[in-house]
Write a protein that binds this ligand. Sequence first.
Ligand code: GSH
Length: 468
Amino acid sequence: MLSGLARALGGQGGAATTAAPQQAIQFADNAPSWEELQAAVEAKQQALNAMPAPLETGPSNSYALRRTFGKPGEPKVKLYRDHAAWCPYCHKIVLQLEEKQIPYVIEKINMRCYGDKPPEFMRKVPSGLLPVLEVDGQIITESAVIQQVLEQLQPEPAMLPPSGSAERQRAAELMRLERQLFSAWLQWLCNGWGHESNRDNFCRTMDAVEAALGEAEGPYFLEDFGLVDITFAPFLERIVSSIAYYKGFRVRGEGRWPNLERWFAAMEARPAYAGFKSDHYTHVHDLPPQLGGCVSVPEAKPFADAIDGKDGKSWRLPLEPLSATSLEAHTPGEQPEIDRLQAAARLVQNREAVTKFCLRGAPGGKRGPRPVSAALCDPTAIPALEHWDAADAALRHVAHALLEGVEAKQASPQALAAAGSSAGHEGATVAPALAYLRDRVCVPRDLKLPAARQFRAHLNWAIDTLQQ
Ligand SMILES: N[C@@H](CCC(=O)N[C@@H](CS)C(=O)NCC(=O)O)C(=O)O
């Protein structure tokens, strides 16, 4: 498996802040070994009945490269989707494949904003645009066309009402409304002019979406869940994140559009949507390189600080639980011990790649020879490998803290100690490397949101402890 927090966390660039420690602090290499940590992960998975589900047949997840849903035979469908799981059009197709349980294999391709595309892919798809579907050697592009092809390939469960029905006509109208919302959103998000009129136009379009949702009996756009919901989902998710961050305006959590709240709650209860749901931080930093920039207003600053973890609490322990009304609305709830375990398991599993990755942020780490425009990614950045042992020791402390909880860890003989406690590794080297990693954790590429929150907060705990 492509080691998630690694190739995935490909990054360098400007988004992130790096901590600047005041002095060189020594810390002791007294955390458990990776082998001990691996054994602790397995024991805890057993004890909490939280064994990882199989990627190929278990719940929807962004790590699998092949999904069979337990059906026999070789999948006929291949999906080329973007590596970082940022592309909203790929998101639509993944949701449809997962909802219909069509077996498929996945090839992850870079977006231009963070890397090159393989020549074989460019030969097949000269435009380079994602998503792309390959069925029996035939290449299909354009997400709306791919949606239709998938409906024909496997009609059940149907994601559209029958052709010629009034419901089908309604579906077509709703698809047009989705494009209208898309335009109103971008007009506000990406422009410095006309803030108020663009906001009013966006709100009017959202009112139309709210009214459309009110016409169906259930929570979805039509009586049954289907392609209309799938088509709205990637954009509504990105709207909620970006409009809070750049415009200081909350779409969710304030009761302004209750049908929309109900729709999100119903979507989040669906395993396919939940498996690919992103978070505010990822979206607000993945959109600008795709869109060519987003424009902030001053009143958005408190929202931006909370989303970037710069408000002194959103990325710090103890974490406030997420709910349907938090800024980062999250309806399934969290299970902190299991969330921490998931973050620890992934760190332990991908330890080599994560260590190498975070050393891009250590003194001596360099931008790649061909810098990219996506702040969260830079597959060509050069790590400062000379600090390997220090980063390895610090990451073992972080994994140990995730497994034990910081109170128990700090009460143990394997506490992470600060300030000249022993002649060990330099905290001054490691703190910026941990900060670099913290600022490039993407959801769902690397971890699901509850585990990502724990990971970011435990990295901050280690940074703070090293700098005390
Ligand atoms: N109309 C196309 C739009 C696809 C599209 O714009 N894809 C973007 C990613 S969101 C892309 O592949 N851009 C090239 C790149 O960034 O490498 C569709 O619906 O499939």
